[in-house]
Design a protein around this ligand. Structure first.
Ligand code: PMP
Length: 357
């Protein structure tokens, strides 16, 4: 830290993103990216748009916002496009939390929530997940702004909209942010609750199901007044938050919707096959509605398993947090990638047999 760094950030612990190895030797199953490339139309439109890079992007993101609104049966005024969904999550902490309106989220969830809270000096409470990794919805207090990843990460577990509706109804005076980064992999969205609940904000990303992690595109859907507030924050930080090429990519991705929805079905099929194989090998798994699996093997240390996979060229994610340190999170790749992951796993199990705890 330099002697110039603001004292308000001196204790800030930054978010640590998953590794992005530069040598490209790994089967990369560590950051929940799609294993399938963008549709060809996306690359074509990005190339065309690149000739206009001397001009700023449209700060209203009009065309893309209208396309997203049409896709989800909403109005332009219900949507805000952002630089990844991380950006809109940060905006939500800025816009809807303060000292008298703390944030609350599960103790095991997306690791960026506590970072955003600290960055914005927002007090927060972490609600322990129940033993079965389900969210303890009754534990949220009415004065708290709630952040819920649904499905949750890294557990993969999912809450149906009826359960979230009960929370919305008992939280009428605070915003409930439902982070649906993984909703295209099986769960039912809370979209149908938007008309009735002006306190619901849904965040989404193009990073997972739409193969655009590298373009940084996210958005949120909510009541017009909430979107206006978030726009105030956006125009006070970065009006051109979505660049031209990303806008073009997002628009083309929506035009090719069926390509992406088919990829989601493929990923779900691969997930279920991989889960079955892991269970046959003796792994414990949570039931996942996402593009990743959360797995542990009795007696095999999570960190050791992660390290042994890495040595064999398979990169997964391990979190050194108390309740989940014996688990690894494995992104669902192509069937071929998962075969390689499973055969590396079988080799590790053979090798460690007899030395397990
Ligand atoms: N929410 C959750 C639950 C996530 O796992 C992620 C991805 N790490 C994000 C939001 C952010 O995704 P992005 O900024 O790429 O849209």
């Amino acid at each position: 830290m330099s002697r110039f760094f603001s004292t308000k950030y001196k204790d800030l612990e930054a978010y640590v993103p998953g590794e992005q190895p530069r040598d490209r030797k790994y089967i990369k199953l560590n950051t929940n990216e799609s294993p399938y490339p963008p549709a060809p139309l996306v690359s074509q439109r990005v190339e065309e748009e690149s000739h206009l890079l001397h001009l700023y992007s449209d700060p209203e993101c009009r065309t893309l916002t209208e396309a997203v609104a049409a896709r989800y049966g909403l109005e332009y005024e219900n949507i805000l496009m952002t630089n990844g969904s991380d950006e809109v999550l940060n905006f939500a902490f800025m816009a809807f939390c303060d000292a008298s309106h703390p944030a609350a989220f599960p103790d095991i969830t997306y690791g960026f929530y506590p970072v955003f809270a600290r960055l914005n000096s927002v007090p927060f409470r972490e609600i322990p997940l129940k033993e079965d990794w389900s969210v303890d919805l009754e534990a949220f207090r009415p004065e708290e702004t709630v952040f819920l990843a649904n499905p949750n990460a890294p557990t993969g577990r999912y809450l149906p909209p009826e359960q979230i509706e009960a929370l919305l109804a008992s939280h009428r005076d605070r915003v409930v942010v439902v982070d649906e980064a993984y909703i295209d992999f099986g769960g039912e969205s809370c979209l149908g609750l938007l008309a009735e609940y002006d306190n619901l904000l849904i965040t989404r990303t193009f990073s997972k199901s739409r193969s655009l992690a590298g373009a940084r595109l996210g958005f949120c859907m909510g009541n017009r007044a909430l979107i206006r507030d978030l726009n105030t924050i956006k125009y006070s930080t970065n009006p051109y938050n979505v660049n031209r090429m990303t806008m073009a990519a997002g628009l083309a991705a929506l035009e090719e919707d069926s390509y992406y929805m088919e990829n989601c079905c493929r990923i779900v099929r691969t997930r279920e096959k991989t889960a079955t194989r892991l269970k046959e090998l003796g792994f414990c798994l949570t039931e996942s509605q996402t593009n990743f699996l959360f797995a542990s093997f009795p007696g095999l240390r999570g960190e050791e398993y992660y390290g042994k996979l890495r040595k064999r060229g398979v990169l997964v994610r391990h979190f050194g947090l108390p309740r989940i340190r014996e688990f690894v999170r494995v992104t669902v790749g192509t069937p071929e990638q998962m075969e390689r992951f499973l055969s590396a796993t079988e080799e590790i199990l053979r090798e460690t047999k007899g030395t397990l705890l």
